[in-house]
Design a protein around this ligand. Structure first.
Ligand SMILES: Nc1ncnc2c1ncn2[C@@H]1O[C@H](COP(=O)(O)OP(=O)(O)O)[C@@H](O)[C@H]1O
Ligand SMILES: [Mg+2]
Length: 290
């Protein structure tokens, strides 16, 4: 008789469901430059999808097309089967939130206030209610504040509510951006280089946080250069090169695909080094794009 009669828990808590985001034929041209070319991407409920590719591959531009910052030259984006108008507010209301490669916080507001701002797209307090500051406004304000505090705790910043965003360490600012995005009650969150500039311990915390976000019922798309982070985290990975999907598949498939290795060592750069042992553990890099 053994003491292990009960079956072990499932290896992964992820259960992939119906498609939530579908991007079809997304193309973005800037004059003569095609930054994103005919990209299809499906994200299912409960999935974490990675988007990788060398600098300048079009990853951020693709996010900008998905979130209404850019109106794609061609293509359609649907969320839960509904076509989303390419306008940032419509996208947020439809249930898609994002963070930015270059952190965009209200520097002179507290952490709590930054998250509360994210919440306002879900409150009914219109201009007049806010001006009158009646009981309805105060009730909503209190609920917004409570939810914002809850989200700060969720991302591990419960003790930083009153700190000004500009005084917070870099890694905390990145988590604060995630809390603000979560405050919009999204079904899907897009993270553009969430670990850029983080140390290994912060990167591990970011990865734990993304798993918890997924476990709370959201789908996630994440752009990163840190390959170890991506391959440990994602259910599926797409590799974009020169605006096009070069390869997509499981982390194992993408990691071992010679075209992906080639894209990283040869792609786009003038560096023609013949390194016989390329590594996809590219570490973190930072660049100054949106
Ligand atoms: N607003 C813009 N106007 C002109 N070119 C742009 C604009 N945004 C991005 N690009 C160009 O599109 C290409 C893809 O950039 P980007 O999406 O930032 O790449 P990645 O995020 O993969 O590093 C680059 O050549 C970049 O210079
Ligand atoms: Mg980018």
């Amino acid at each position: 008789m053994t003491v292990t009669d009960t079956p072990p828990p499932p290896a992964t808590p992820s259960t992939v469901g119906a498609p939530i985001l579908e991007a079809r034929g997304v193309t973005m041209r800037f004059g003569g430059l095609t930054a994103v070319k005919d990209v299809d991407m499906t994200v299912n409920e409960g999935e974490i999808v990675g988007l990788i590719g060398p600098n300048g591959a079009g990853k951020t531009t693709f996010f900008n097309c998905l979130t209404g910052l850019y109106k794609p030259t061609e293509g359609v984006v649907t969320l839960s089967g509904q076509v989303i108008p390419p306008k940032p507010r419509a996208v947020v209301v439809a249930g898609m939130a994002r963070t930015f490669q270059n952190i965009r916080l209200f520097a002179n507001m507290t952490a709590l206030e930054n998250v509360m701002v994210g919440r306002y797209c879900r409150t009914s307090s219109m201009a007049l209610t806010s001006i009158l500051r009646g009981p309805k406004f105060r009730r909503e304000e209190a609920a917004t504040r409570a939810r914002a505090q809850e989200l700060l705790e969720f991302v591990g910043l419960g003790d930083s509510a009153e700190n000004l965003a500009r005084n917070m360490p870099y890694g905390d600012q990145r988590r604060l951006e995630i809390a603000r995005a979560l405050a919009t009650d999204p079904k899907l969150i897009l993270l553009d280089e969430p670990t850029a500039g983080m140390n290994p311990q912060e990167t591990k915390q970011a990865s734990d946080l993304i798993f918890r976000i997924r476990d709370s019922g959201l789908a996630v798309v994440v752009i990163e250069h840190d390959m170890r982070f991506i391959f440990n985290l994602c259910d599926r990975v797409l590799c974009l090169v020169r605006g096009e999907v070069l390869v997509q598949g499981s982390p194992g498939e993408v990691q071992s695909d010679p075209r992906v290795i080639e894209a990283y060592i040869g792609g786009g750069d003038d560096d023609e080094d013949d390194d016989p042992t390329p590594s996809l553990d590219a570490g973190t890099t930072q660049e100054e794009q949106q």
